[in-house]
Write a protein that binds this ligand. Structure first.
Ligand code: GDP
Ligand code: GDP
Length: 444
C-alpha cells in the first residue's frame, strides 16, 4: 500500500536524546557534535535555553539531537527528576546518548537513569565524558558496571574520542526507511457500539448478509462466534464481539454494568469504532458517554446516524441543531446517515472507516511539526501569564494510532492554548476521524 503523500514526505530523521545528570557535559557534547557553539553551556541552573533540538550530521547521516537537560514535571528529588527527564527523552527518541562523568564515577542518579533506559529497550550509547587524556581512560572502563555495554571514552571539551562514539551511535540508529509507519496486514478490527435499541444488531445482520439470527431473537442456545468477518462496500473487516451485539443484553440494573463492560472491551480491541446513534430520537446522554468512551480509548471513530428512514424534514433540522450543540466536541469524526433496515448508505460506512483509520495513523515528521509549530507560535504567541510568556520549544509526535504529541515548553500552557494548537494541527495535517493526544512537558 503506497500512499502517494507518503513518498512526497521528506525522509524522517532519527531523533537522538542526550540524557544525563547535570554537569556531566551534555551541552558541551552537543556543541561538539554540532561543531559550532550553538547550544548554550549553562553553569547556572535555571538559565533559559531557548532551543532544545538541533539538526546534526555525522558521516553523511542526518539526525536530530535533543538536549533534555532541565525537563521535569513534578520532580521530588534529583534522582526522580533525572529519571523523569530520561522517560521523556525515551518517549520521543529513537536512540539515547547517555552521558556520564568518568572523573566522578557512577552515582545514584546515573543508576536511576539506567533503570529507565533498561525498561525502554531503546538503543543506548554510553558516553563516558571528561576523559581528556590517555590517563583518564581507566576511569571510563569502570562504567562497564552500568550494564549498558561498552563505555565510549570522550572529551566533549577537546573532541577526543567523539568520532568513535558517533560511529557507534550511527550503528544503532534506525534507517529512515525503518521509521516509516508499518502497514499491518489483515482485516481492520471494527466495533459497532451504541446504546440499546439504536440498531446495532440490525446493522450487523445487514452487513453479515444472511440473517443468521433474527434481531429480536433472545436465544441462549446458539453459540455465536465472538468476531465475524464481514464485507462492507467490498472491503473486508473484522467485526469485534458480534456475539455481544447479538445478545441483546437487558437493561436491568445489573446487566447495564455488564453491557458497559462489554462495550468497553470491544472498544479496546477495535481499531475503529462505529458509534450508532438513533437519528429518529433526541440525542441522549448515553450517546455522548459512548462517544467520549471511544475518544478516551484513543480509537478511530465513525458516527452512524441510523433509522434515517424514520426521520422527516423537521426531525433532520432538529438533529442538525443537536449535533451542533451536543456533538461539537466530536466534529472531527466523519458521519454517515444510514438505515440498517433498508440498507441505505450502509456501504458508505467503509469509506468513512478508511478515512478515520488513515487519520488515526497519520505521522507528521519532526521537521514538519516543528516548522508548523514555529509558524503558529510566531503568528499566535501564548498570552503573557504573570509577566512570563510560556513558549513551545520543541515538539515531536511520540505515537500514531492515535496521533500523540509531546510539546516541550518553557512554562505551563493554558488549556485553551493547547486546544488551539490541536485545532491548528487538525487544519494543517488532517487527522480526520481520530482523537489527538497532546502531552505538555513544561520545564520545571
Ligand atoms: P550539562 O549540565 O550536562 O549540560 O553540562 P555542561 O555541558 O554544561 O558542562 C558542565 C561543566 O563540565 C562545564 O564547566 C564544562 O566546561 C565541563 N566539561 C564538559 N565536558 C568536559 C570535558 O570533556 N572535559 C572537562 N575537563 N570538562 C568538561
Ligand atoms: P440494538 O439493541 O442496538 O442491537 O438494536 P436492534 O438492532 O435490536 O434494533 C432495535 C429496533 O430498532 C428493532 O425493532 C429494529 O427493527 C429497529 N431498527 C433498527 N434499525 C432500524 C432502521 O434503520 N430503521 C428502522 N425503521 N428501524 C430500525
Amino acid at each position: 500500500m503506497s500512499e502517494p503523500a507518503d513518498t512526497e514526505l521528506p525522509a524522517e530523521r532519527p531523533v537522538v536524546a542526550v540524557v544525563g545528570r547535570p554537569n556531566v557535559g551534555k551541552s558541551t557534547l552537543v556543541n561538539r557534535i554540532l561543531g559550532r557553539r550553538e547550544a548554550v553551556v549553562q553553569d547556572t541552573p535555571g538559565v533559559t535555553r531557548d532551543r532544545v533540538s538541533y539538526d546534526a550530521e555525522w558521516a553523511g547521516h542526518e539526525f536530530v539531537l535533543v538536549d533534555t537537560g532541565g525537563w521535569a514535571s513534578d520532580a521530588t528529588g534529583m534522582a526522580a527528576q533525572i529519571a523523569e527527564q530520561a522517560e521523556i527523552a525515551i518517549q520521543l527518541a529513537d536512540a539515547v546518548l547517555f552521558v556520564v562523568d568518568a572523573t566522578v564515577g557512577t552515582t545514584d542518579e546515573d543508576e536511576a537513569v539506567v533503570q529507565v533506559l533498561r525498561r525502554s529497550r531503546k538503543p543506548v550509547v554510553l558516553a563516558a565524558n571528561k576523559v581528556d587524556d590517555q590517563r583518564a581512560e581507566a576511569d571510563a572502563a569502570t562504567m562497564w558496571n552500568l550494564g549498558l555495554g561498552e563505555p565510549w571514552p570522550v572529551s566533549a571539551l577537546h573532541g577526543r574520542g567523539t568520532g568513535d562514539m558517533l560511529d557507534a551511535l550511527l550503528a544503532v540508529l534506525p534507517s529512515s526507511d525503518a521509521l516509516r509507519p508499518v502497514e499491518v496486514g489483515g482485516p481492520r478490527r471494527v466495533a459497532i457500539v451504541g446504546k440499546p435499541n439504536v440498531g446495532k444488531s440490525s446493522l450487523l445482520n445487514k452487513l453479515a448478509g444472511a440473517n443468521r439470527s433474527v434481531v429480536s431473537d433472545v436465544s441462549g442456545t446458539t453459540v455465536d462466534p465472538v468476531d465475524e468477518l464481514v464485507s462492507i462496500g467490498g472491503q473486508e473487516y473484522r467485526l469485534i464481539d458480534t456475539a455481544g451485539i447479538r445478545k441483546r443484553v437487558k437493561e436491568a440494573s445489573g446487566s447495564e454494568y455488564y453491557a458497559w463492560l462489554r462495550t468497553q472491551a470491544a472498544i479496546e480491541r477495535a481499531e475503529c469504532c462505529v458509534v450508532v446513534i438513533d437519528a429518529s430520537e433526541p440525542v441522549a446522554e448515553q450517546d455522548l458517554k459512548i462517544l467520549s468512551q471511544v475518544e478516551q480509548a484513543g480509537k478511530a471513530m465513525v458516527i452512524a446516524y441510523n433509522k434515517w428512514d424514520l426521520t422527516d424534514e423537521e426531525r433532520r433540522r432538529y438533529l442538525d441543531r443537536e449535533i451542533e450543540r451536543d456533538l461539537n466536541a466530536w466534529a472531527w469524526a466523519p458521519s454517515v446517515n444510514i438505515s440498517a433496515l433498508t440498507g441505505r448508505n450502509v456501504d458508505r460506512l467503509s469509506k468513512a472507516i478508511e478515512l478515520s483509520l488513515r487519520g488515526w495513523e497519520t505521522r507528521v515528521t519532526t521537521g514538519q511539526l516543528n516548522s508548523f509549530l514555529g509558524r503558529v507560535v510566531a503568528a499566535h504567541p501564548h498570552p503573557v501569564r504573570g509577566g512570563k510568556q510560556p513558549r513551545i520549544l520543541f515538539g515531536t509526535q511520540a505515537h500514531t494510532a492515535p496521533p500523540t504529541f509531546a510539546l516541550f515548553t518553557s512554562g505551563q500552557m493554558d488549556p485553551q492554548y493547547v486546544r488551539f494548537i490541536e485545532r491548528r494541527l487538525r487544519e494543517e495535517f488532517g487527522f480526520t476521524g481520530s482523537p489527538i493526544h497532546i502531552e505538555v512537558r513544561a520545564r520545571a
